[in-house]
Design a protein around this ligand. Sequence first.
Ligand code: SAH
Length: 410
Amino acid sequence: MTGEQHYLAGLDLAGRRVVVVGGGTVAQRRLPRLVSSGARVELVSPAVTPSVQTLADSGAVVWHRRPYAPGDLDGAWYVLCCTSSPEVNAEVSADADRLRVFCVRADAGSAGSAVTPATGNHDGLLVGVLAGGEHRRSAGVRDSVLAALRGGAVREAVAKPVGVALVGGGPGDPDLITVRGRRLLAQADVVVADRLAPGSLLEELPPSVEVVDAAKIPYGRAASQDAINSLLVSHARAGRFVVRLKGGDPFVFGRGFEEVQACAAAGVPVTVVPGVTSAFAVPAVADVPVTHRGVAHEVVVVSGHVPPGDPSSLVDWPALAALRGTLVLLMAVERIGLFAGALVAGGRPGDTPVAVVQEGTTRGQRTLRSTLDKVADDIAVAGIRPPAVIVVGPVAGLARPDESERASTS
Ligand code: SAH
């Protein structure tokens, strides 16, 4: 590397006038971070992209709908030239130099008096990387640093969280946990994991982390929830940060709120990190959209853990049978015959499409397409096993156009 390097600084732009010239896709990428810094952003441009327009409409930036004019930089602390015209950008940056206002030139970084680092945010930590104009290099390093932070590979001297975090682990693929969930997991002292929580997330944990398999807690079904609750509370009270890792979303048939209540009753701080629920994600990866324009305007997620007519059932099967839209049945493989029968008895046509997706988002994923009349037999013949999501409704009959159809219609 030759010559001087730029000097990396953090600007406090809160309440200060920042002028952005040009309203295209470059400005669109820069504006959100400027706005969240609290800057008073004024945008000068004859035209803007729809998302810049949205920012202007919301009042987050003030848009002057006209070309740049001398005088626009008066009172500015910082300037970004983002027009597609090198001449205009050169004019703006020359004006900025005269006024001694730092100015970024989006079209020619080295020609401006400031450059924008590749930036990323991790839990309130801002990472900025400059690579002397090599954008791929700075973006690549930024991405790696963020990934390392998120994965816990970089040790941060941050205060360890306390209490219990109820984390939705997503439907199975370890990539489908949220960024926040993964970050908290990396900070855990104890992880209490459900059977359906993505197992490979646990393999990444250092040996110092105590992993409790909640499925192996040796009590009856009802008592085991109490045992889990007291486990969460006792570990947290002993000063350990506990992650309760659940499959999908913690509040979709996950008994998550019972655990929130138990922690709250014990005075243990508890936070909830939502997850990608299998109810929507598993159909999605099998090309079944739970809604589709002109096909389904409603989607109901139903638990199949008790049969229709069971005294403890809270499901109104005749009402579900009267719907035209999408039903997503969880925990329903064993009793699918009863559910399909109840729906047909209630008036849902027997030829209504059904899609069954076993172990969605994992390597064991398989999909079966059927109809209400045939689904129980087809599941038995195919040997479909839980966990599976069953989708009932016209969306289960949609497909991508195949090559020949596309060729004939285009
Ligand atoms: N809280 C979870 C659901 C728990 S109920 C969520 O939001 O996803 C358990 C049921 O979820 C299973 O019986 C099955 O119907 C469904 N399920 C969970 N993961 C699945 C997967 N990877 N593939 C198919 N079904 C899944």
